[in-house]
Design a protein around this ligand. Sequence first.
Ligand SMILES: Nc1ncnc2c1ncn2[C@@H]1O[C@H](COP(=O)(O)OP(=O)(O)OP(=O)(O)O)[C@@H](O)[C@H]1O
Ligand SMILES: [Mg+2]
Length: 318
Amino acid sequence: MHAVRNADLAIADGEIFGIVGTSGAGKSTLLRTINLLQKPSSGSIIIDGVDITRAKGKDLRNFRLSVGMVFQHFNLLYARTVADNVAFPLHIAGKTKNEIGGRVPELLDLVGLSDKSSVYPSTLSGGQKQRVGIARALANNPKILLCDEPTSALDLETTNALLDLLGDINRKLGITIILISHEMAVVKKICTKVAVMSEGAIVETGNAYDIFAAPVHPFTRQLVEHTLDLELPPRLLKEVKGALVKIVYRGEKAEEPVLSDALRKHSIHFNVLHGKIEYINGKPLGVLLIDTIGNKEEIQKTIDYLKTRVESVEVIHA
Ligand SMILES: Nc1ncnc2c1ncn2[C@@H]1O[C@H](COP(=O)(O)OP(=O)(O)OP(=O)(O)O)[C@@H](O)[C@H]1O
Ligand SMILES: [Mg+2]
């Protein structure tokens, strides 16, 4: 029995890479192999051309310092102040008192907690606790930041602020971030690339935008569907007169008058029942649910026409 198998991933330097999947999919196990908290039973993990699965002793210790980790439940030391929590990995790395004294305020400033240096974590909000966790993870200037569901314990607003912070850190420091989440909504906000995991395997991987625009694997489709949240109320569904069609179009097509062109060319009517523009990593993606009313042949011709103009056209029910 394997927790993770056939995990073949390439993550580029400086990327924010998301790993999504439901509970038990193997996300944490996969992430823990990247800092060797978990040694894979086969295969290798290559970072900057070096197979870290073979590292031992001093090399292994040094390698571990180059990877920071942020946890869902923060894992702070509650008997120590915020500053001491952030200083902890610096002590472990053998930094001098002077070096630590200089570095801690820098880190607290980076995460916006300069005024909390001498308080204890129990007096902080969840979002602030996670900022401490991030400052601590960045203490030794890691090249990679691993985040295991860093926002799952936080409310929506705090989640967004924290994701913004991770995005800023990625841009400012050029650090590679690997972020686990069970929600596509988190990926949608900051990830450039994403791998989707199900039952111990990576089922799909690609640009975050492409995964949203054109998911291939049924599991990914279900995740995206859930995130787009386009379900029609049963009352409306009953009132659909023709074919219920879902149209997905990429940002750059949003300004083209696709629907009016389709109407002009075919003898049908449209009734727009639902629609939205989602922003994936800042890029717009449009989704529309349309009741397409007319005779079968005209509807089919319209659908064929639309297919030449937009990302995808799917008949949800005819
Ligand atoms: N070292 C191990 N050896 C064998 N099985 C393991 C090992 N570690 C975890 N598992 C099992 O592998 C599966 C995946 O666990 P993992 O914690 O990686 O999932 P996850 O995707 O992070 O889930 P969650 O969203 O709940 O955190 C689980 O069924 C778990 O019990
Ligand atoms: Mg997990």
